[in-house]
Design a protein around this ligand. Sequence first.
Ligand SMILES: Nc1nc2c(ncn2[C@@H]2O[C@H](COP(=O)(O)OP(=O)(O)OP(=O)(O)O)[C@@H](O)[C@H]2O)c(=O)[nH]1
Ligand SMILES: [Mg+2]
Length: 469
Amino acid sequence: MANWAYQLLGPTAQNWTPSNRRRQVLCISLGVFVLFLLLGVAHPTTRKMGHDYYNMSIGNEVSTGSGGAGHAGGPPTYEALKKWEDDLPQHNLDLPFPEGKTGRYVKFSNQMKFLGWNNCLNERLMNAHLAYMSKRAYVFDEYVWAPEHYQWPPAQQPPGGPRTPLNAIVSGPMAGGPWDGDDDAPRSISENWFDVVCPRDQRKLIHTEDVKPALANLPGDAVFDHWQKLLTEETALCVEIVAPAYEVDSMPQIFDLWLWGTTRVLSLWDSFHKSPTSRLLGPSPIVQAAIDRNEYLFLPRGPRPPHPAPRDPYARMLAIHLRRGDYLLPSIVDKFTPLPGDDPARVETMLSHCLPTGAQIVKKIHDAREEYVNAAPGRLLDILYLLTNEQGPWLDDIKAELKAAGWYTIVTTRDLQLDVEQTDVSMAIDMQLARKAAVFIGNGWSSFTSNIIHQRLVDDREPLSIRLT
Ligand SMILES: Nc1nc2c(ncn2[C@@H]2O[C@H](COP(=O)(O)OP(=O)(O)OP(=O)(O)O)[C@@H](O)[C@H]2O)c(=O)[nH]1
Ligand SMILES: [Mg+2]
């Protein structure tokens, strides 16, 4: 979700100094908000990279994008989980309407692939909500990784690109789980089952290029309503939304990055965040098992605090996401309004939010803790969790600074013990820990952060517990 309080960093700033040059270059090269969307994700050259990747001979190492460090034995095959998905109870032709052979289905073959998980998650959640509102079963697919984010090198990646079953990452109706007990909506089905229940010659194809041009620049709710009407009134049982050739439209999603990257998307928030697709989204059992397995790391290690103190480690935890990205909602406490283009402090203030220094992180954590603890009696925050895909001395330095600032219990993504499947979905483990923590400090440039915030808002967390660097 976007917040135009965060704006484009102009190219005019003059106050570059050697001390902050690395941060400036990193920050600006990633782009701030619109630049991130247009150049980092949305630009056709970049978007085509994933497609081209598998057409070239592979031999170069790709960098590790996620929290774990891979496993020597190679990536997981998920054989048992794939079989479980194949055997979902809704995969049965004999079920009565609205499932089975008389059911109504929609497959979004125009969904993003080869991009960061959180961009893919945003889109899939909104498509699943659209399918639900259109009284059709959503067809879920595997997550197809951006190859450079995958934790195993190209030589260990399967042909066609690394993939992870959706049910390894999340649970909920979007991934084929049950709806609310009193909801008779059809359950989501897998891509494989769609091929069985909706053979190709029985599908009504809807081409995005026939629909999208008339909707360009409309508010998100108007885009949603148009598609909902189309999918509801369509008499065909089996509908497939298809994209044109890449050269015709490099961004053929119904809810595309032009929508996510502007305030147009905000009108979707109210209906979406109350929807069962959003409310019932949860961690997968693989993610939950990783959290349970590592819980001992979060038991406080310092001297006994003043009593009474909560026993639940998550009630005492402050989690901070040390990264960068894109979207925000206006209800978030910490707003950022860039200084005018000719203000000499403009670049430095932008960087302090986008790519804060160790000292700035320590101060933000301190201030967020004070404000949260002082807001009500009986509160204690003495466990720190650092979510990050950064590694090396930078992380060690921050930990040292935080220790010096009085934190006894500091755990990072690198400290988690994960099996091979859990390593594969480590981003979802970090996101779930950040959902559970009493206080979360995110990065306003990140949809990784904004999807954590989405889930915290679904949980009705208080504003002082959702902060931004
Ligand atoms: N475990 C873990 N993985 C991370 C973390 N940050 C990034 N990653 C992984 O690296 C990938 C790319 O990082 P990002 O580009 O920051 O995340 P994203 O999901 O694309 O969403 P954006 O933040 O909007 O770009 C993510 O999808 C994760 O797989 C982190 O803090 N913990
Ligand atoms: Mg990304």
